[in-house]
Design a binder for this molecule. Structure first.
Ligand SMILES: Cc1cc2nc3c(=O)[nH]c(=O)nc-3n(C[C@H](O)[C@H](O)[C@H](O)COP(=O)(O)OP(=O)(O)OC[C@H]3O[C@@H](n4cnc5c(N)ncnc54)[C@H](O)[C@@H]3O)c2cc1C
Length: 188
């Protein structure tokens, strides 16, 4: 019985996802010059896995949007919502399955510039950070004050806290402290 179930699972096949969007004029997204990137060379960089160097075939997002503020995020989501364009957040692209590369015809919302540690509150033992802060940078700052940030994926120095939360990342210390979901008080 168990064998049959396993075989059934192994023979499951996903249907290829086909997405059709209306052609959209991305220049209508009102963000400063340089933050809406459409040049093919840069787009291709987002379709190449940072770790495996694997390149995604037929990769053609509409644009990369580099957010520098919450307002940029709001503007992008408003525009995407009005035009029915899918948006994929990008932390620092260390996902080994390229999950932040986004969809063809969609927007990749790069949050890596939202990398401020806003507050490290030692008396109450919490930190407030922007989504693009690197896990290792937060840990380094906490250690200066005698504390540490426990979630320790192998990508600690190069992956963002936002990406870590989205993937519930963890490493060896998860055995004692849990994965990152045990370290999150709130996301807004
Ligand atoms: C050398 C190496 C070692 C690794 N070791 C581990 C390990 O030990 N444990 C482990 O769990 N993983 C590990 N990983 C995988 C990877 O580092 C994690 O998945 C990491 O959490 C991804 O973070 P990122 O900032 O690079 O996110 P990205 O790769 O950019 O994005 C990952 C996913 O999160 C989403 N996302 C990113 N930011 C946000 C946001 N702000 N809001 C909502 N969604 C968001 C993206 O859309 C995407 O789906 C490793 C990877 C490498 C290259």
């Amino acid at each position: 019985m168990l064998k049959t179930i396993i075989c059934d699972i192994l023979t499951l096949k996903f249907n290829e996802r086909s997405v059709h969007f209306m052609p959209t004029d991305i220049s209508q997204l009102s963000l400063p010059d340089g933050q809406v990137i459409t040049d093919p060379q840069t787009l291709n960089k987002y379709g190449q896995n940072k770790y495996t160097q694997e390149v995604m075939e037929a990769y053609s997002p509409l644009a990369i949007v580099e957010a520098h503020s919450y307002k940029d995020v709001q503007e992008t989501l408003k525009y995407a919502n009005e035009n029915k364009i899918p948006v994929t957040p990008y932390g620092n692209g260390t996902s080994i399955v390229n999950s932040s590369a986004g969809e063809n015809g969609g927007i990749v919302l790069d949050l890596s510039k939202l990398n401020k540690i806003i507050d490290i509150n030692i008396p109450n033992q919490y930190a407030v950070v922007q989504a693009g802060v690197l896990n290792g940078d937060l840990d380094t700052e906490a250690r200066k004050q005698g504390y540490f940030f426990a979630p320790d994926p192998g990508s600690k120095p190069i992956s963002s806290v936002g990406g870590n939360i989205a993937t519930n990342a963890g490493g060896m210390s998860s055995l004692k402290y849990g994965t990152i979901k045990q370290s999150v008080l709130e996301t807004v």
